[in-house]
Design a binder for this molecule. Structure first.
Ligand code: C2O
Length: 577
């Protein structure tokens, strides 16, 4: 079989812009085989789930406007699905991927071809498994090359994928099953990784270190993806300034920063120039990522590092420094640096030029307020519960904890089956009004309702969703991801959202456009959506432990009146449940 995907970040090949994956046909085919691969990290060997035996998986590099077909064959003995995170999937919700939301899983030995067109977006996105915790190892980059030249003029020497992940020494496939059984939290990971490599601060890992060679005076493009399961991360490169030019495949007004904060689900394209004088240094610079901590739950507090090596310097032939000699970059924010996290997010702005206008809805048809909560549920009789205080952890939106049915919601919705499996009555405001961010975390812990409640809007609705953090269990920064649409982050703030006061400070000129928003810890974020993509769309916290606990909902955009406003019919090979 011909290998048609372009290049894997794992092999550290640098993509040259001009030659990358050009196609004259306007359509592109990839083959993904889900298979086990035996690999060693952190002093032990284990079998991990991969695509084509690669970790991270192959890069999907396409041109804006192309039709993409990815044939996924399940070569393992458990169900799987793949999601193309951030791809809008205009009218092709069947190809979106979340298990039991837009499709039944691909069963062992079966194949399913995901077909979609990449339009109206350009930059860095990613793909990952979307069932249980398989995305721990099944993930890779998506690169969409723009139809028009980049809006920045600096010539780019090379593109470097930087994909953060999390590594567990024990198998991760069973984590969700275990969590469902006992209602507990997962073990925290044993390492963070850069392109699958933990780097020398972990045991037995000196050889598993990401190293990028650069040339003095040249500018490089980093395509940064946070594929970690449960942790927001800070990232920086010693002595180098980063220029953010695009987030979630949408251009930004470029701005310089010493570090970035990136949540699971988010992507960010940044430029940096290798401008350090080679006579002043060894030519070796540390890049590092560590978690942005907003939780009281156990978490992985380690740091992953890699290196930039300047060509023609001592560094070229030098062994890497011993771990104890590694000095972390001065500008790497501390784990509790909320101020940095907030000020970084506040600098993001849509490019908003005539070529790339910012299409934020200035007026809205509907505003929905959704509280985000962690919860404790009493332990059912005759069960063992391992959550806090002998109870079960849960998580909810407007006190609804989402249960994925064992059927495809999209399919049932499309066929207009009436079902007891789900209902269209997701609450559009919090069921109780209280001091969301100020109550005692333990005493105000409402038992959530469990079920599959969907939230439906008419085609073309200009929708505002206010996401409100609550202090149940603890305040936390939640990365909320909405499938099928980008949204505009028109406002964020601390404390309780106040419609009278807070709408006045909205940015309706050049708000950042994303698919995943970091809802500030103890605060709120207001996002606006042009609901113009008919289908059933998963909306959830991209911290995998919270998704497992039910911090999710189904968002439905109904068909419009015109033929081009309707969901396309399902493909013939759509898996059945
Ligand atoms: Cu990436 Cu549902 O998500």
């Amino acid at each position: 079989m011909e290998k048609q995907y372009c290049v894997s970040p794992a092999v550290l090949v640098i993509l040259l812009l001009a030659t990358a994956c050009s196609s004259s046909t306007g359509s592109r085919h990839f083959d993904f085989n889900v298979q086990w691969k035996n690999i060693s990290r952190l002093c032990s060997r284990k079998e991990i789930l991969t695509v084509n035996g690669e970790y991270p998986g192959p890069t999907i590099a396409v041109n804006e406007g192309e039709n993409v077909e990815i044939r996924v064959t399940n070569g393992v003995s458990i169900n799987t699905t793949i999601h193309w995170h951030g791809i809008k999937q205009l009218r092709t919700g069947w190809a979106d991927g979340p298990a039991y939301v837009t499709q039944c899983p691909i069963r062992p030995g079966q194949s399913y071809t995901y077909k979609f067109t990449v339009s109206g977006q350009r930059g860095t996105l990613w793909w990952h498994a979307h069932i249980a915790w398989q995305r721990a190892t099944i993930y890779g980059a998506i690169i969409i090359y723009p139809r028009m030249p980049y809006p920045f003029s600096t010539p780019i020497q090379a593109e470097i994928p930087i994909i953060f992940g999390e590594w567990w020494n024990l198998p991760v496939e069973g984590i969700e099953t275990e969590m469902n059984k006992y209602g507990n939290g997962p073990n925290s990971s044993d390492a963070y990784t850069i392109n699958g490599l933990p780097g020398p601060l972990y045991p037995c890992s000196i050889r598993d270190t990401f190293i990028q060679t650069v040339e003095h005076g040249k500018t490089y493009m980093l395509r940064i993806i946070n594929a970690a399961l449960n942790d927001e991360l800070f990232f920086t490169i010693a002595n180098h300034t980063l220029t953010v030019v695009e987030i979630d495949a949408s251009y930004t007004k470029p701005f310089d920063t010493e570090a970035i904060m990136i949540t699971p689900g988010q992507t960010s394209t940044v430029l940096f120039t290798a401008n350090q004088d080679k006579h002043d240094s060894t030519g070796l610079f540390v890049m590092a990522a560590r978690p942005y901590l907003t939780t009281v739950f156990p978490f992985d507090n380690t740091t992953t590092i890699g290196f930039l090596k300047y060509k023609g310097t001592l560094a070229e032939n030098m062994a890497l420094p011993e771990p104890y000699k590694v000095r972390l970059p001065y500008h790497l924010p501390q784990m509790e640096d909320h101020a940095f996290a907030i000020s970084f997010s506040n600098q993001l702005r849509s490019l908003g030029t005539p070529k790339y206008p910012c299409s934020v809805p200035k007026r809205i048809d509907k505003r929905v307020v959704i509280t985000i909560s962690l919860n404790l549920q009493d332990c059912p009789v005759n069960q063992t519960c391992k959550g806090y205080n002998g109870k079960r952890f849960a998580a909810s939106m407007n006190n609804q904890s989402f249960i994925r049915p064992l059927t495809s919601i999209l399919d049932w919705h499309y066929r207009k089956y009436s079902s007891t499996h789900y209902s269209y009555d997701f609450p559009q405001k919090p069921p109780h009004v209280f001091d969301y961010t100020g109550v005692d975390p333990m005493t105000h812990n409402l038992n959530p309702n469990f079920g599959t409640k969907l939230f439906a809007v008419e085609y073309g609705t200009k929708l505002e969703i206010v996401l409100q953090d609550t202090s149940f269990l603890n305040l936390e920064n939640h990365p909320i991801h909405i499938h099928g649409h980008n949204f505009f982050i028109v406002g964020t703030g601390f404390g309780n959202y106040d419609v009278e006061k807070d709408t006045g400070s909205y940015n309706l000129v050049d708000p950042p456009e994303r698919n995943t928003v970091a809802v500030p810890m103890g605060g709120w974020a207001a996002v606006r959506i042009n609901a113009d993509n008919p289908g059933v769309w998963f909306m959830h916290c991209h911290l995998e432990e919270h998704t497992s606990w039910g911090l999710a909902a189904g968002f439905i955009v109904k068909n419009g009146a015109k033929p081009y406003q309707k969901l396309l019919p399902p493909p013939d090979d759509l898996p059945a449940c």
